[in-house]
Design a protein around this ligand. Structure first.
Ligand code: HEM
Length: 315
């Protein structure tokens, strides 16, 4: 079992060793799975037990930090609530060294005001779920396939597309004055996939299907899930603003960067790490808590702008 812990951006000691089998294998029938592609993928690659049961805290945080290259504070923020809410003590004998505190993935599927699962997941239905829902997955991937196709801007030779069905009045004063946000809907993107603005659209689409809005906790969790997905899987390389010679501030969130569709298919659909994960795809720099917070905030601002436009189009 994979156990050493260190959040490192080096890939040297991350490549599967001969003694550890981290080949992808879909879950066996009796295995536990969660409504979380992040954790199910770790189980399908044996970074946490393939059975999805008896996962210890150290095993989980070492796997999350190493596989996705998340910082220790961010990993703890994700893992601690999971263990507090769903953890259970095991006392197989009266010998203290046999005692453990573990989680089983299937327990994470339960719903409730203080549970993590919520009814506006991107690919999981509104009831306890252990695998992506085929219809939601299809809609999600179709949306991703139809978005992000290169469509120009002043700095690009290709023509410009605005997101369909959205009126485009001036942004509300609050959005203009408080934020450097420029929705990627009116900016160029490179290939088929999801930008931050696309994630905002998806969030609105899912939440508009609910009979009552998400509570604040679940709203923040949902934003955090989209932010993490974008941070871990977006393509790297020079962004369009870099090409234009702009000097980005350190806390800049680049709306141009998208998560390519093939990564979404692999991770959300098969719950599998994209090919050549450690060599080419895994984030090169460790993703931190503040960075995740900033990106979630950006998606939230995008959703507010979209809502505002929707309201404005009704009057
Ligand atoms: C480390 C401990 C973690 C725990 C306890 C956890 C738990 C959960 C739970 C309970 C859900 C269901 C919420 C819902 O209804 O949408 C969920 C969803 C999700 N998780 Fe995790 N997660 C963890 C780590 C991660 C990591 C590391 C990632 C990304 C790299 C991730 C990405 C996601 C995404 C994208 C969803 C939403 C899936 C959807 O919308 O269909 N999670 N997680």
């Amino acid at each position: 079992m994979y156990s050493s812990f260190a959040a490192s951006s080096s890939t040297e000691n991350l490549l599967p060793s001969r003694s550890q089998d981290h080949q992808y294998s879909p879950p066996e029938e009796c295995a536990h799975r969660a409504p979380c592609p992040g954790l199910n993928t770790l189980a399908n690659h044996n970074y946490i037990p393939r059975s999805g049961t008896g996962i210890t805290f150290l095993n989980l945080i070492s796997a999350v930090a190493k596989v996705y290259n998340l910082s220790l504070p961010l990993t703890l923020l994700l893992a601690l609530p999971g263990f507090i809410i769903y953890g259970r003590f095991n006392f197989p004998s009266c010998l203290p060294w046999t005692w453990s505190y573990t989680v089983d993935l299937a327990d994470l599927a339960s719903f409730g005001p203080y549970k993590i699962a919520h009814p506006a997941s991107l690919v999981h239905p509104n009831y306890p779920s252990h695998a992506p829902d085929p219809d939601l997955l299809f809609d999600f991937l179709s949306f991703a396939r139809s978005h992000g196709q290169a469509e120009g801007s002043p700095s690009s030779p290709i023509s410009c597309t605005l997101i369909k069905d959205l009126p485009s009045p001036s942004p509300p004063p609050s959005a203009l004055s408080t934020s450097p946000l420029q929705p990627s809907a009116i900016r160029p993107v490179i290939t088929s996939g999801l930008s931050l603005f696309d994630f905002a659209q998806l969030r609105i689409a899912r939440e508009s299907q609910l009979s009552k809005p998400l509570n604040t906790l679940h709203e923040q969790i949902a934003l955090g899930e989209s932010a993490l997905t974008w941070l871990v899987f977006h393509q790297t390389g020079p962004s369009l603003s870099d090409k234009a010679g702009a000097c980005a501030p350190p806390d800049h969130v680049d709306n141009d960067l998208i998560v390519p569709v093939d990564r979404l298919v692999s991770w959300f659909g098969e719950e599998k790490l994209p090919d050549r994960w450690f060599e080419d795809v895994r984030p090169q720099n460790t993703i931190g808590l503040l960075q995740a917070r900033r990106v979630a905030g950006q998606i939230q601002k995008d959703t507010e702008i979209l809502q505002w436009r929707k309201e404005a189009s009704k009057v």
